[in-house]
Design a protein around this ligand. Structure first.
Ligand SMILES: *Cc1c(COP(=O)(O)O)cnc(C)c1O
Length: 410
């Protein structure tokens, strides 16, 4: 079955799990409690000896489990755990696998709220060093004896910086560090982080995978490449059986139980349906984004365009090597930063809104909105100019978007 294509595998994924009453789609299981005929089975679920059993929906339901199986196939991983949001997934990784006195090395170019949780980690006694991860040398220089983990995003939002993905993977492997790759912008349709030796993959399901702007969700996938038996922070309760499962067991048990950011079955169902068209949507939105990027780069009113498939992109070679397309994320700066708001108002199609990965194109001026609270210093560090505009390219016909940008820039 490994020879099947990405979308074939996903749309037929439910069959492997067994779908109740021959339903073609996995149903929405709303039960919070799961009962058993024999109390021994209930005990088996608690003790992990009855595989695939459910007891309380905070730890998962048959519907979230079906989505997890789908995500595991998409990422080519060992297993996945769903959360209520992408931030729920990220928080679960940091707070279940790191403890006071540990050190995290992270890319300086990360999602704003991920940057915010670094502050929370510091307040808990976990050291965080942020570096320009586009060069593995900066990551290597930051590694200390107490470093446990390295965190990067495939394509950073909003600046589209791409880390030195494979060399960082090799570094983490040689030093026994957990390599966490946030694959949200690329999604497994464009890139599987296991190919660069990632240990854990994060996806904000809210964005590319659900893809319709109608569901929140997040997931962690273990690629199966990390040796958890050598990781010092696994609690004795999870140091049992196959060591490849230890990381997942701890993130699921502690993450969902202690922090409680559990995905609901209703949202899991929406995300599952969205995931079935993932490859089709990213192919279309990437093609439109590239056409828009080329148009903007050639336009005299535009000074800078940030898109991984433009030859002018600083990490163009890395993008060519690893990503099958450029994604729907595109940022640019106008020559006249003061003209930015009037320009956005002249656009007819893009919705002036935050958020990413919707069916509609979304547009936002970055500095006065999502990076306002971060302050001027963080913005300067991240290369966010006052006139930077971020686009999340949607499913509109490319010709319509191009025409709209042409009239608004004229
Ligand atoms: C949105 C986003 C997140 C957080 O996801 P939510 O589902 O909004 O919590 C994490 N990482 C990246 C790269 C994102 O774009």
């Amino acid at each position: 079955m490994a020879t099947q294509g990405f979308t074939t595998t996903i749309v037929h994924g439910d069959k492997a799990m067994g779908v109740e009453h021959g339903g073609v789609h996995k149903p929405i299981h709303t039960s919070v409690q799961y009962g058993f005929d024999k109390v021994e089975d209930l005990i088996g679920v608690f003790q992990g000896t009855l595989k695939g059993g459910f007891n309380y929906a905070r730890q998962g339901t048959p519907t979230t489990a079906a989505l997890e199986a789908k995500l595991t196939r998409m990422e080519g991983g060992l297993g996945s755990i769903c959360f209520a949001t992408g931030m729920g997934a990220i928080a679960a990784i940091f707070l279940t696998l790191l403890k006071s006195g540990d050190h995290l090395v992270a890319s300086r170019y990360v999602f704003g709220n991920t940057n915010s949780i670094f502050g929370t980690l510091r307040s808990l006694g976990i050291e965080v060093t942020t570096v320009d991860a586009t060069d593995v040398a900066h990551v290597e220089a930051a590694v200390q004896p107490n470093t446990r983990m390295v965190f990067v995003e495939t394509i950073a939002n909003p600046g589209t910086q791409i880390p030195d993905l494979a060399p960082i993977g090799a570094l983490c492997r040689s030093k026994g560090l957990v390599y966490v790759v946030d694959n949200t912008i690329t999604s497994p349709a464009l890139f599987q982080p296991r190919t660069v030796d990632a240990s854990l993959v994060v996806n904000s399901l809210t964005k590319t995978i659900a893809g319709h702007g109608t569901a929140l969700g997040g997931a962690v996938t273990d690629t199966g490449l990390f040796d958890w038996s050598a990781y010092p922070n696994i609690f004795p309760a999870y140091r049992k059986g196959d060591a490849r499962q230890w990381g997942l067991a701890q993130i699921r048990k502690k993450g969902l139980r202690d922090m409680g950011a559990s995905l609901s079955s209703e949202q899991a169902h929406s995300i599952s349906v969205g995931a079935e068209t993932l490859a089709l949507r990213v192919a279309q939105t990437s093609a439109t984004a590239l056409a828009l990027a080329r148009f903007l780069e050639a336009h005299p009113a535009v000074v800078k365009v940030f898109y991984p498939q433009l030859e002018s992109h600083p990490q163009y070679a890395v993008a060519q090597q690893h990503f099958s397309a450029g994604s729907w994320l595109l940022s640019f700066e106008l020559a006249d930063a003061d003209a930015c708001l009037a320009f956005i108002n002249r656009l007819q199609l893009p919705v002036k809104a935050t958020g990413l990965g919707d069916t509609r194109t979304l547009i936002i001026p970055v500095a006065p909105t999502i990076f306002w609270e971060a302050g001027a210093e963080v913005r300067a560090q991240m290369g966010i100019a006052d006139g930077l505009i971020r686009l999340s390219v949607g499913l509109e016909d490319a010709a319509d978007l191009l025409a709209d940008f042409a009239q608004a820039l004229a």
